[in-house]
Design a protein around this ligand. Structure first.
Ligand code: FE2
Length: 208
């Protein structure tokens, strides 16, 4: 991966968004989308300096989910999740495909499945370090609980989903009874990074 250029720090994210836009235009096969997205997300995680500070800010009480980009046709979205020390999600699903890649720190993810009696059963806990990617979808297993694996600092992951994830109706699950409740996550904050102001680089190039 090219190093981050201070005149165009968002270039890695813009390249990722362009790649994903082309990808969703040429296929809607979930396995292909996930496989190709995996490679592009790996490259995006290789250098963390592109993430704007306001999309990397933790909240003292709960994790943050900042929207970095949503495809205009809502075929995919990209978010940064920021986990303060000890913060975690409830057990939840996504209802669409998703990839979760660690940019800073480390995360733990406990996957679940449904038993015949309706309870949710742990399938074990995995730990993701920087560069590690977890996949979810109704096809391959869609229920998990995610936590910051670090107790002394924030962790950040970049998530890609096959929909405008903040507006998707999905579910949280009671860990004892398995009872499910609808939720729509929304997003933290009201702004997305401006991917399209390439003026500093253009000016520097024309000044040469
Ligand atoms: Fe999740």
């Amino acid at each position: 991966m090219e190093p981050v250029n201070p005149l165009d720090p968002l270039a890695p994210l813009r390249r990722f968004v362009v790649f994903m836009t082309e990808l969703v235009g040429r296929t809607n096969d979930e396995a292909t989308l996930m496989a190709e997205c995996h490679g592009a997300l790996s490259a995006l995680l290789a250098d963390d300096r592109w993430l704007p500070d306001d999309c990397a800010a933790p909240h003292p009480d709960h994790y943050q989910q900042y929207l970095l980009h949503c495809d205009p046709l809502e075929r995919f979205s990209v978010t940064s999740f920021v986990w303060g020390p000890g913060q975690l999600t409830p057990i939840h699903d996504h209802t669409v495909w998703g990839l979760v890649g660690v940019l800073r720190g480390a995360e733990s993810s406990e996957r679940y499945s449904r038993a015949a009696d309706g309870r949710v059963i742990s399938q074990g806990v995995g730990r993701l370090e920087v560069g590690g990617i977890e996949s979810v979808s109704p096809r391959i297993g869609d229920m998990h609980k995610v936590a910051n694996a670090l107790q002394d600092r924030a962790s950040i992951s970049i998530h890609v989903y096959g929909a405008n994830i903040g507006a998707v109706r999905r579910h949280v699950f009671d860990p004892v009874s398995g009872a499910e409740k609808d939720f729509v996550s929304g997003y933290s904050g009201t702004h997305t990074p401006n991917l399209w102001d390439r003026s500093a680089l253009v000016r520097a190039e024309s000044a040469r």
